[in-house]
Design a protein around this ligand. Structure first.
Ligand SMILES: CC(C)(COP(=O)(O)OP(=O)(O)OC[C@H]1O[C@@H](n2cnc3c(N)ncnc32)[C@H](O)[C@@H]1O)[C@@H](O)C(=O)NCCC(=O)NCCS
Ligand SMILES: Nc1ncnc2c1ncn2[C@@H]1O[C@H](COP(=O)(O)OP(=O)(O)OP(=O)(O)O)[C@@H](O)[C@H]1O
Length: 195
């Protein structure tokens, strides 16, 4: 039986860094945030989302203006839920395809920002939560994306806290020193493979 291992963490925790490490070890990885971006380039999804935002979120090239959408949804939980209700089912279908294409894999690691928030953790055999102190996460994202502290905090407000996620997670990896985090991942992978 194929195992699905969910990998998540709040913004700036280092999910992408960790999933790239897991990928480099030869495991199959699915990046839900990336899949979200991909499905949001499909014509019918663009139309549905543009309607949600009163036809105000299209760029001149016909694609969605992600930074405008971000500024709207992370300050309006109702709109965020509406957006999630369009994107998440499309990503779930895409993931089913991915599983079929990778049917021979023993383990698939699935990275998603909203594993616990969306409920998709229930379909995982185990989950790994990546954590780091809030101040460090905020600094990392401000630096990486060249955005303000307030913009990062508005996203954090729409995510469960690390304590809430820790209560649901199988494994927790603190990502402050990267080498240390990679070592924890190695240990967890051994446990998963032997389980
Ligand atoms: C609002 C959007 C357009 C902003 O795009 P942008 O390119 O700026 O950010 P990106 O998608 O790379 O996400 C970056 C980070 O924002 C946070 N974030 C994104 N979506 C959500 C969400 N639905 N709830 C809480 N936090 C979120 C996460 O920490 C994520 O890692 C985009 O995030 C989006 O469409 N989100 C809703 C769909 C979704 O949940 N996607 C992610 C999983 S499929
Ligand atoms: N242990 C670490 N030490 C220093 N910098 C780190 C560490 N881990 C990650 N980073 C850096 O912090 C930033 C955020 O990491 P990453 O993009 O992996 O986080 P993420 O959880 O995927 O973020 P998001 O939720 O926004 O997608 C990146 O620029 C990354 O290179």
């Amino acid at each position: 039986m194929m195992k699905i291992i969910g990998v998540t963490g709040g913004i700036g925790s280092g999910k992408t860094t960790i999933i790239n490490y897991i990928k480099s070890k030869g495991f199959a990885v699915y990046i839900a945030d990336g899949a979200g971006r991909k499905v949001m380039q499909k014509r019918e999804i663009i139309q549905q989302i543009n309607q949600l935002f009163n036809d105000e979120v299209l760029l001149p090239d016909g694609f969605l203006d992600r930074s405008k959408i971000a500024s709207l949804v992370f300050n309006n939980n109702y709109l965020l839920q509406k957006l999630n209700n369009v994107v998440h089912p499309a990503v779930a279908l895409d993931f089913e395809e991915f599983k079929k294409e990778n049917a021979s894999e023993k383990v698939i690691f699935k990275e998603t920002a909203v594993l616990f928030e969306s409920g998709s953790y229930k379909e995982c055999d185990a989950t790994i939560l990546i954590t780091a102190p809030l101040e460090i996460r905020i600094k990392r994202v401000m630096q990486r994306d060249n955005i303000t502290k307030e913009q990062v905090e508005s996203r954090i407000k729409n995510q469960l806290s690390d304590d809430q996620k820790a209560a649901l997670a199988t494994y927790i990896v603190e990502n402050i020193d990267l080498k240390h985090a990679f070592k924890s991942i190695d240990d967890i992978i051994i446990k998963i493979l032997n389980n």
